[in-house]
Design a protein around this ligand. Structure first.
Ligand code: SF4
Length: 448
């Protein structure tokens, strides 16, 4: 077993887990390849958060099964959040899958792959102690390094499968994280993004999330620090204070609201009321000038009435998030809400979703229009896909508030900061003009 093709679905936590697996495989002498046809093993790192995501993975397993018909020696593995469900199928005797490995089994991946070449293997045991804190991931090149600071979740929102697929919450030791951040900075990564299901509840037994922000703010070579996703109930005064005083921690908080109705928040087990969410948002805005607040919202949760939905829209208008990920409720097996009758038809969910998309589009458009004429500092990420042969080459990057800016390629390398004047905007993208570096004043010699 020498070569592995690894394909990732789902959230940034999964992307970071794939980087972790890549590190484990490479240390065991295996190499990752870009094409399935060049691989001895094919691994799908999967997501179970929505039914649609699972369907895509099931389709992809079918593609891989066709490779296996041509090359029966190839090992097909499924990793990540769908592993629990797929174990049953594997044990049912469907022989296209050879390996099913859950999120706490990656340390053993090389050995599991070797075994799976001989017989089907399932390793889906959740481990309360596994953090992978001592393992170095093999990061994808770019300006941004994703650093997982916490695994699992203890919140048990009634719609969410994560506590069942990723297990109980545990944090990596602060010293391991500072070491990972230093290594990433030495490798040339300029932006660090801390990841956790409720990242701001980070606690390694001694240090909390505010300590982590302060410790990594001091790491040389790091330009920017971000994190996702915090839980509103864990947004402590200490964390807000650390954000407002650490120069490298960017003014952006992605704060999932999920619903603007108190009865629905309670049914979701979100542990805060709309009033408490409002207070947190206000505290953040008071403490961090220019901060961008973004959010996640679910429509069509069981029991959501027209009145509940209107309350969500009203709170969006009031808080004016700069952007939002908006979803239709998707019932997931194992969750508490799975057994509750769905009271909102698919058609009504679709209608509510389009209304919120339109509302958010309008708000984001207004926020972006107000930025035209302002100067922003952009961390350049590389050439923009908006370039191309018919247009002059363009660069793209992010503002401190994580807004995408596209501007004419002036030769700024990826990873450098560039001041840009915003000259145009859509609800999703800002367009800018690079501001020339101030040229030093010429030396004037006065002849005497
Ligand atoms: S906080 Fe809720 S939605 Fe987020 S991962 Fe935990 S259970 Fe899921």
């Amino acid at each position: 077993m020498r070569t592995v093709f690894l394909e990732t679905y789902g959230c940034q936590m999964n992307v970071a887990d794939s980087e972790l697996m890549a590190g484990v495989l490479e240390r065991a002498g295996m190499s990752l390849v870009d094409r399935p046809e060049d691989a001895d093993a094919l691994i799908l790192n999967t997501c179970a958060i929505r039914e649609h995501a699972e369907q895509r993975v099931i389709g992809r397993i079918g593609d891989f099964a066709r490779y296996k018909q041509r090359n029966p020696a190839v090992v097909i593995g499924v990793a990540g959040c769908m592993a629990q469900h797929l174990r049953k199928k594997l044990l049912d005797g469907r022989r296209s899958l050879d390996l099913v490995v859950g999120p706490d089994g990656y340390r053993d991946l090389p050995r599991l792959l070797q075994r799976a070449a001989g017989e089907p293997v399932a390793q889906v045991r959740l481990d309360r102690d596994e953090t992978y804190g001592d393992l170095e991931p093999r990061r994808e090149p770019g300006v941004r390094a994703w650093v997982t600071v916490q695994r699992g979740c203890d919140k048990f929102c009634t719609y969410c499968v994560v506590p069942f697929t990723r297990g109980r919450e545990r944090s990596l030791p602060l010293a391991d994280l500072v070491r990972q951040v230093r290594t990433a900075a030495d490798q040339g990564f300029r932006e660090i993004v801390f990841l956790g299901q409720t990242v701001n509840s980070y606690h390694d037994g001694t240090h909390d999330f505010a300590d982590l922000l302060r410790a990594t703010d001091a790491v040389e070579g790091v330009t920017r620090i971000r994190y996702t996703s915090p839980h509103p109930s864990d947004m402590s005064v200490r964390v807000i204070d650390a954000m407002s005083t650490c120069a490298k921690v960017m003014p952006h908080v992605h704060l999932p609201l999920q619903s603007g109705s108190d009865p629905i928040l309670s049914a979701m087990n979100r542990t805060y009321t709309t009033g408490e969410f409002r207070d947190v948002a206000e505290r953040i805005r008071r403490a961090i000038p220019g901060v961008a607040l973004t959010t996640d919202i679910i429509v069509g949760f069981p029991g959501e009435t027209e009145q509940d939905f209107e309350a969500t829209a009203a709170l969006m208008r009031e808080i004016r998030f700069e952007s939002a990920f908006l979803f239709k409720y998707s019932a997931r097996p194992d969750t508490r809400a799975f057994t509750w009758p769905e009271t909102v038809s698919e058609e009504a969910k679709g209608h509510r979703l389009s209304q919120l998309i339109e509302l958010q589009h309008q708000i984001s458009g207004e926020v972006h229009d107000a930025m035209v004429g302002r100067d922003v500092e952009v961390l350049v990420e590389g050439p923009s896909r908006r370039g191309g042969e018919e247009r002059e080459p363009q660069l793209h990057g992010k503002t401190p508030q994580f807004k995408t800016v596209v501007f004419r390629d002036d030769g700024t390398p990826a990873g450098a900061l560039r001041r840009v004047r915003i000259v145009g905007a859509t609800p999703v993208t800002l367009f800018g003009e690079s501001l020339a570096q101030p040229t030093p004043a010429p030396l004037v010699t006065i002849a005497g």
